[in-house]
Write a protein that binds this ligand. Structure first.
Ligand SMILES: [Zn+2]
Length: 341
């Protein structure tokens, strides 16, 4: 212990398991709230997720309280390729002069390397097909640009796959591929202790987003994010973890209760979308505006909310179409949703 430092728990982190420290890092905006990074110590020093680049100072301070520096980190494992989860990776890797290895699933590697899931043009075209007006498309692209500044891109060293085991401090963690929130989301399961690290797959305070899986080379996403999300949810329920440690918010002791809440909200949302479509053929944007009236007000924050709303309605429409309850029709450069009789 360093002189002058009082004994007791450090302030910026909390031990949530043997040799596992949760470090909560700030993130602007009300949702999803501060992001959790987890430091695993023991046989090696491993970091699960990093927070944004802006929070690197706080992360470094939290590590310092525990007696570690960035250059002590042997590996960084990412639950997925969103800026609030990988934003400080490049800085940590630079501090160790490249000794720190970076692990991520192949499907999210491009996000980490380039700062975006798909090219601007792909996203723009997707939004146009959804019927989003040009002015909002432009402000959305500028919001995404601001987001890109919250992270430094980094080059992954290894791709995580289903069934891989990764030594995290004194624990052996098994990788579970859990696509849904993103194409390359993974969870880490420490079977012996009954711990699951879920990234944004399970959150205690809000329903996680199964974001539209916009992909370069495809006009309309072919992968069904909601379907993949609920399959992933069933898989982690089968693993029956005792405690789930999420990417945002507090630890979760009752996964089945949260999972059933998500399923209820999913069915309610499906019903609402279907109900709105009984008024007549609509674009995704028209349904999104009816479902979330608050996105009508143009502004920086509502631009992001608009994207989430469009993404949500589109991914629900994909499920309704798979169930043959609605049909998707291309009309010019728009996609129209029609309720089946
Ligand atoms: Zn995320």
């Amino acid at each position: 212990m360093r002189p002058g430092k009082k004994s007791g728990a450090p302030r910026l982190s909390m031990e949530v398991g043997r040799g596992i420290h949760r470090i909560t890092l700030p993130l602007p905006g009300p949702r999803p709230g501060p992001v959790n990074a987890y430091l695993f110590v023991g046989d090696n020093v491993s970091l699960l997720d990093t927070g944004t680049a802006q929070a690197a100072g706080r992360l470094s301070k939290a590590l310092g309280e525990l007696g570690y520096r960035f250059s002590d980190i042997d590996r960084i494992v990412l639950t997925h390729g969103h800026i609030d989860h990988y934003g400080s990776a490049a800085r940590i890797m630079a501090a160790s002069r490249g000794r720190t290895r970076l692990y991520v699933h192949r499907e999210d590697a491009a996000s980490v390397e380039t700062g975006q899931e798909a090219r601007k043009r792909t996203t723009e075209r997707f939004l146009a097909l959804m019927g989003v007006p040009l002015s909002l498309r432009l402000s959305l692209l500028s919001v995404f640009f601001v987001f890109m500044q919250m992270a430094e891109t980094a080059r992954p060293d290894r791709f995580l796959e289903e069934g891989d085991t990764v030594q995290m401090g004194c624990h052996r963690a098994r990788i579970m591929e859990t696509p849904g929130h993103t194409r390359g989301s993974v969870c880490l399961l420490i079977e012996r202790e009954g711990l699951l690290f879920s990234g944004d797959m399970v959150l205690p305070h809000i329903t996680p987003n199964a974001l539209a899986m916009v992909e370069d080379g495809l006009t309309v996403p072919s992968r069904r994010a909601q379907d993949e999300f609920y399959r992933s949810l069933s898989r982690i329920e089968e693993a029956a973890p005792r405690v789930v440690h999420p990417g945002h918010g507090r630890a979760i002791g009752d996964l089945p209760a949260i999972a059933s809440l998500y399923r209820t909200l999913f069915s309610e949302r499906q019903e609402k979308v279907l109900d709105l479509l009984s008024r007549g053929e609509s674009t995704v944007w028209e349904v999104a505006r009816a479902l979330f009236p608050e996105i009508q007000k143009l502004g920086y924050r509502t631009a992001l909310e608009s994207y989430l709303a469009v993404s949500e309605v589109f991914t629900h429409a994909q499920e309704l179409a798979a169930d043959e309850k609605i049909a998707l029709r291309r009309a010019g450069n728009r996609i129209l949703l029609r309720k089946e009789p």
